[in-house]
Ligand binder design. Structure first.
Ligand code: FEO
Length: 169
Protein backbone atom coordinates (compact mmCIF):
# COMPACT_ATOMS: atom_id res chain seq x y z
CA UNK A 1 0.00 0.00 0.00
CA UNK A 2 1.40 3.34 -1.01
CA UNK A 3 1.50 6.11 1.61
CA UNK A 4 -0.15 9.48 1.11
CA UNK A 5 3.30 11.09 1.13
CA UNK A 6 4.69 8.92 -1.69
CA UNK A 7 1.47 9.26 -3.66
CA UNK A 8 1.73 13.03 -3.34
CA UNK A 9 5.36 13.03 -4.47
CA UNK A 10 4.44 10.91 -7.51
CA UNK A 11 1.47 13.14 -8.29
CA UNK A 12 3.80 16.14 -8.16
CA UNK A 13 6.27 14.31 -10.37
CA UNK A 14 3.55 13.81 -12.99
CA UNK A 15 3.19 17.60 -13.10
CA UNK A 16 6.97 18.02 -13.30
CA UNK A 17 7.15 15.64 -16.27
CA UNK A 18 4.31 17.50 -17.94
CA UNK A 19 6.09 20.78 -17.29
CA UNK A 20 9.22 19.30 -18.87
CA UNK A 21 7.12 18.39 -21.91
CA UNK A 22 5.91 21.99 -22.17
CA UNK A 23 9.43 23.32 -21.67
CA UNK A 24 10.83 21.13 -24.45
CA UNK A 25 7.94 22.06 -26.71
CA UNK A 26 8.81 25.70 -26.10
CA UNK A 27 12.44 24.98 -27.03
CA UNK A 28 11.19 23.17 -30.14
CA UNK A 29 9.14 26.20 -31.15
CA UNK A 30 12.15 28.47 -30.66
CA UNK A 31 14.27 26.34 -33.00
CA UNK A 32 11.47 26.12 -35.60
CA UNK A 33 11.50 29.94 -35.57
CA UNK A 34 15.25 29.83 -36.32
CA UNK A 35 14.58 27.48 -39.28
CA UNK A 36 16.54 24.75 -37.56
CA UNK A 37 13.80 22.17 -38.00
CA UNK A 38 16.03 19.19 -37.17
CA UNK A 39 16.89 20.52 -33.72
CA UNK A 40 13.25 21.53 -33.31
CA UNK A 41 12.31 17.93 -34.11
CA UNK A 42 14.70 16.66 -31.43
CA UNK A 43 13.02 18.77 -28.74
CA UNK A 44 9.55 17.90 -29.97
CA UNK A 45 10.34 14.20 -29.63
CA UNK A 46 11.80 14.92 -26.18
CA UNK A 47 8.54 16.61 -25.25
CA UNK A 48 6.60 13.48 -26.24
CA UNK A 49 8.94 11.36 -24.13
CA UNK A 50 8.19 13.50 -21.11
CA UNK A 51 4.47 12.97 -21.59
CA UNK A 52 5.18 9.25 -21.77
CA UNK A 53 7.02 9.51 -18.43
CA UNK A 54 4.00 11.24 -16.90
CA UNK A 55 1.73 8.52 -18.30
CA UNK A 56 3.84 5.79 -16.72
CA UNK A 57 3.46 7.45 -13.33
CA UNK A 58 -0.26 7.95 -13.87
CA UNK A 59 -0.65 4.22 -14.61
CA UNK A 60 1.45 3.23 -11.60
CA UNK A 61 -0.61 5.38 -9.22
CA UNK A 62 -3.75 3.85 -10.66
CA UNK A 63 -2.32 0.32 -10.28
CA UNK A 64 -1.53 0.83 -6.60
CA UNK A 65 -4.92 2.37 -5.89
CA UNK A 66 -3.68 5.86 -5.08
CA UNK A 67 -5.69 8.99 -5.72
CA UNK A 68 -4.50 10.77 -8.84
CA UNK A 69 -4.60 14.55 -8.60
CA UNK A 70 -3.65 16.44 -11.74
CA UNK A 71 -1.71 19.59 -10.95
CA UNK A 72 -1.30 22.94 -12.62
CA UNK A 73 1.46 23.25 -15.21
CA UNK A 74 3.40 26.52 -15.15
CA UNK A 75 4.15 28.41 -18.36
CA UNK A 76 7.69 27.60 -19.52
CA UNK A 77 10.20 30.20 -20.77
CA UNK A 78 9.84 30.90 -24.49
CA UNK A 79 12.70 33.32 -25.15
CA UNK A 80 16.30 32.18 -25.27
CA UNK A 81 19.51 34.10 -25.87
CA UNK A 82 21.36 31.54 -27.99
CA UNK A 83 21.45 27.99 -29.33
CA UNK A 84 23.88 27.07 -26.57
CA UNK A 85 21.62 28.46 -23.87
CA UNK A 86 18.75 26.18 -24.91
CA UNK A 87 20.88 23.06 -24.68
CA UNK A 88 22.36 24.16 -21.38
CA UNK A 89 18.88 24.77 -19.98
CA UNK A 90 17.81 21.33 -21.17
CA UNK A 91 20.74 19.72 -19.34
CA UNK A 92 20.06 21.79 -16.24
CA UNK A 93 16.43 20.73 -16.34
CA UNK A 94 17.29 17.04 -16.61
CA UNK A 95 19.51 17.37 -13.55
CA UNK A 96 16.59 18.90 -11.65
CA UNK A 97 14.35 16.01 -12.69
CA UNK A 98 16.99 13.50 -11.60
CA UNK A 99 17.19 15.07 -8.14
CA UNK A 100 13.42 14.96 -7.88
CA UNK A 101 13.27 11.26 -8.85
CA UNK A 102 16.06 10.44 -6.40
CA UNK A 103 14.14 12.20 -3.65
CA UNK A 104 11.08 10.01 -4.26
CA UNK A 105 13.24 6.87 -4.32
CA UNK A 106 14.88 7.88 -1.04
CA UNK A 107 11.53 8.50 0.65
CA UNK A 108 10.04 5.27 -0.71
CA UNK A 109 13.08 3.33 0.44
CA UNK A 110 12.87 4.85 3.92
CA UNK A 111 9.24 3.74 4.12
CA UNK A 112 10.00 0.23 2.87
CA UNK A 113 7.82 0.95 -0.19
CA UNK A 114 9.72 -1.37 -2.50
CA UNK A 115 7.00 -1.37 -5.15
CA UNK A 116 7.66 2.34 -5.75
CA UNK A 117 11.43 1.84 -5.51
CA UNK A 118 11.20 -0.92 -8.13
CA UNK A 119 8.91 1.15 -10.37
CA UNK A 120 11.29 4.10 -10.25
CA UNK A 121 14.32 2.03 -11.22
CA UNK A 122 13.31 2.54 -14.86
CA UNK A 123 13.36 6.31 -14.30
CA UNK A 124 16.77 6.22 -12.63
CA UNK A 125 18.20 4.50 -15.70
CA UNK A 126 16.32 6.85 -18.00
CA UNK A 127 17.77 9.88 -16.22
CA UNK A 128 21.31 8.56 -16.63
CA UNK A 129 20.65 8.30 -20.37
CA UNK A 130 18.90 11.67 -20.61
CA UNK A 131 21.64 13.52 -18.77
CA UNK A 132 24.30 11.85 -20.92
CA UNK A 133 22.46 12.80 -24.12
CA UNK A 134 21.84 16.37 -22.96
CA UNK A 135 25.45 16.79 -21.88
CA UNK A 136 26.75 15.47 -25.21
CA UNK A 137 24.51 17.88 -27.10
CA UNK A 138 25.85 20.84 -25.08
CA UNK A 139 29.35 19.81 -26.14
CA UNK A 140 28.30 19.43 -29.77
CA UNK A 141 26.42 22.71 -30.07
CA UNK A 142 29.44 24.51 -28.62
CA UNK A 143 31.55 22.90 -31.36
CA UNK A 144 29.27 23.82 -34.25
CA UNK A 145 27.36 26.98 -33.36
CA UNK A 146 29.63 29.43 -35.17
CA UNK A 147 30.10 27.29 -38.28
CA UNK A 148 27.02 27.29 -40.59
CA UNK A 149 28.05 24.09 -42.42
CA UNK A 150 28.60 22.23 -39.17
CA UNK A 151 25.36 23.60 -37.73
CA UNK A 152 23.53 22.43 -40.85
CA UNK A 153 24.89 18.90 -40.37
CA UNK A 154 24.05 18.95 -36.67
CA UNK A 155 20.51 19.98 -37.55
CA UNK A 156 20.34 17.12 -40.06
CA UNK A 157 21.54 14.67 -37.42
CA UNK A 158 18.87 15.71 -34.94
CA UNK A 159 16.17 15.56 -37.63
CA UNK A 160 16.58 11.77 -37.54
CA UNK A 161 15.21 11.35 -34.05
CA UNK A 162 11.82 9.64 -33.92
CA UNK A 163 9.52 9.01 -31.00
CA UNK A 164 9.21 5.38 -30.01
CA UNK A 165 6.72 4.40 -27.38
CA UNK A 166 8.15 2.64 -24.35
CA UNK A 167 8.33 -1.09 -25.26
CA UNK A 168 7.58 -2.00 -21.64
CA UNK A 169 4.09 -0.51 -21.97
FE1 FEO B 1 11.21 12.74 -17.69
FE2 FEO B 1 13.64 14.11 -19.13
O1 FEO B 1 12.89 13.36 -17.61
Amino acid sequence: MISDKIAQLLNEQITKEQYAAQYYLSMSAWFFAQDLDGIANYFRVQSKEELMHADKMFDFLNDVGAEIVIGEIAKPPHEFMSHIEVFEKALEHEKTVTRSIFNIVKNANDEGDFATVSFLQWFINEQVEEEANASQLVTKIKMVHTNPSALYLFDQELSQRVFTADPAN
